[in-house]
Design a protein around this ligand. Sequence first.
Ligand SMILES: Cc1cc2nc3c(=O)[nH]c(=O)nc-3n(C[C@H](O)[C@H](O)[C@H](O)COP(=O)(O)OP(=O)(O)OC[C@H]3O[C@@H](n4cnc5c(N)ncnc54)[C@H](O)[C@@H]3O)c2cc1C
Length: 489
Amino acid sequence: MEAIPSVDVSQVRFDETVDVAVVGLGVAGASAVMGARQAGADVLAVERSGGPGGTSAHSGGLIYLGGGTALQIACGFEDSPENMAVFLRAALGPDGDDDRVDVYCEGSPDHFDWLVSIGVPFRASFCDEPNRESADDAGLLFSGGEDSYPFDELATPVPRGHKPQCVDSAGGFLMQRLGAAVSSSGARVAVDAGAEALVVDGGEVVGLLVRTDDGTRAVRVRGGLVLAAGGFIHNEAMVAEYCPLAHVPDPAWRIGTPNDDGRGIRMGVGAGAATSRLDSFECALPLGPPHRLARGILVNASGERFINEDAYTGRIGLHALRDQDGWIFMITDDVIHESNPIGLRIGFAAASPEELAVDLGIPPDALARTVGDYNDAATRGEDPAFHKRAPFLQPIGEPPASGIGAIDLRVDHGAIYATFTLGGLATDSTGAALDGEGGRVPGLYAAGRTAASLAAHHYASGISLGDGSFFGRRAGRHAAERGRAGHTS
Ligand SMILES: Cc1cc2nc3c(=O)[nH]c(=O)nc-3n(C[C@H](O)[C@H](O)[C@H](O)COP(=O)(O)OP(=O)(O)OC[C@H]3O[C@@H](n4cnc5c(N)ncnc54)[C@H](O)[C@@H]3O)c2cc1C
């Protein structure tokens, strides 16, 4: 990675001084501003584009929260921080940050209340279509496969996808509400203002250079600077170096704005911060709604199943891309499918699995064996091979179905494999950037997709807006407190 070198303070004449500066106004930056303002700091936020929003404004708006939020309780679900932590450790790992997970789960109910208090409403209604935002304004859904194998055997399944009260995708609405909170918080906001480099004094971050239409301004920072400038899915060189698989799918499905170019991470590295898990990325392969499509079976090039089809779509996508070379089909029939709501190439002409396999270029014997074994067990209401749950077990291609067919989910045949990066600057659970030797980089904080956070090597929908807002808010608060404490940390 090409780090962006910091500028020594001796080379800089500052134009202004603030307690806390925040770079980027997506969910993490807006939350950092609020955290710092609520701790009494004088805050400047700089945003490279024309206004707040970032990728967050294009998102579905799901926020992963739990541990007994007011919304979970109002919808009749019982959760606890411990139950949530067991799920997150298993679902987002391996090699996650246990301390961070614990802090997140403990603080999650309060964080929900905080979002409500700053103007983000939620409607207490449970939507039973999982994995993507509800089509109406229902506020709660399963968004990480909590109720599917293996997680349903590890922790009590509880829905934790919290969607702000808005019909369909809620990211724009969420950012409108957060943007309004920032505007009325008394923070100063500069748009069309891109952070170019950090200013250091010895090992400490003491300011930043900001490029505006009127030239470059130098801002001195008393307490701390929070980098919340998004991830790096649109930095070709970084993706090629760290997670080349994320660039295999059609570029149209890279999740982010052009400003997800890794600049925040590169500035942090230039100031001495370490990185973590840059090879980690999310890859969602949407198979619904409706979720009943999980009654089909997913097969690879050898005609074999490789996962329980009712799993979280991000889990399926990552396994399909990483372990099956993105070469998979969903085998289904006309009764299960009913229509073609996800708009993929599909045919139901085959009379038998063997005939279908020839069309697909899969070994006929293998597909016939896979379908036969699956159907035998499904008839008994069982799936000993992959533990798909009973509501999704239905023999394929048997009457009243009139034919067996396939949905083409190959990565190079138009299927949606939506990727974005999860690695970034190493931070502790206060949001402070770490130097790779166990110490902090004084004055520097990071949050959102600029930082490696909850998702170690797997994902659950809502984690980005969840950890971005939660740790962004904490980073802002800690940066403000550092200023008040006179730089003791
Ligand atoms: C279609 C879609 C659906 C999604 N659905 C969900 C979902 O439901 N739940 C979920 O959790 N996640 C979802 N995601 C992912 C999620 O939106 C992002 O991972 C998350 O919003 C990242 O937040 P952030 O604050 O880190 O970055 P951003 O929201 O991208 O904000 C970063 C900001 O920094 C600015 N910036 C960049 N560089 C600079 C610079 N040098 N100086 C100043 N400003 C700079 C950018 O312009 C941007 O405004 C979805 C994404 C998409 C596209």
